[in-house]
Design a protein around this ligand. Sequence first.
Ligand code: PXL
Length: 278
Amino acid sequence: MTIGETGGMNSAGLIPTALTIAGSDSGGGAGIQADLKTFLGSRVHGMSAITAVTVQNSLGVSGFYELPPAAVAEQIESVVTDIGVDAAKTGMLASAAIIEAIAETLTRLDVRPLVVDPVAASQHGDALLRPDALEALRVLILPLATLATPNLGEVRLLTGITVTDDASARDAALALHALGPAAVLVKGGHRSGPDSVDLLYDGSSFVELSAPRTATDHTHGSGDTLAAATCAALARGLALVDAVRAGKAYVTGAVADSYPLGAGLGPVGHFWRVRPLD
Ligand code: PXL
């Protein structure tokens, strides 16, 4: 059996597995849909525990429907206890009750490594997390994270720090790390400059990851894709810093491969990972 020249098997000799715990994007660019495309492009078997179903297109999110917390927990338990999860990630978690159910299940079943993308709002600014759920995310989910991947808006919500330069990015990384994740990646995608510079901090050292920025508005799903590609790399057994480098390389390629759709913001692209080599 082969899963491609860059593929590999997990410690059980099987195709590595990754689980996304996140919301559905009916437009197909972000959320569960982005995560599963990224898992395919990263050559791992993707699985999903859906938290909420958003109603959205390229113009924004017009609403969302939450699943019952028990339904989210049961999806996780079902795949963990049979298929096994080499790595997991969280995205849109919607409510405090869903967060409580997820935290209990991940803890009880010892699901690790875990990438936490602390999604609060869409690119259009539409809320994807109830205001009363922010504290649950901070207290119950962040301490379980192997890696947390906030963008600058999420950094501000979680720590109160506005990142404007390298010094404030370091302050934010320290403040986020104090909330309990083993490592944090302060993403610089929303800063200005020719390069997109992210800052990784694991409690002892800082690593800057830089990649050329593509000038495009069509970056819907970029945060999800970075977190999912990092999760996939962890599922394949890479060490944290190598997994983050792999995640960054994937999202850089996906932003370069983005395309317009509808009348609003288009998604990052995944076709470059599945195009025939000829
Ligand atoms: O990109 C963050 C995100 C995560 N999950 C869902 C989303 C979005 C952004 O729109 O819709 C379901």
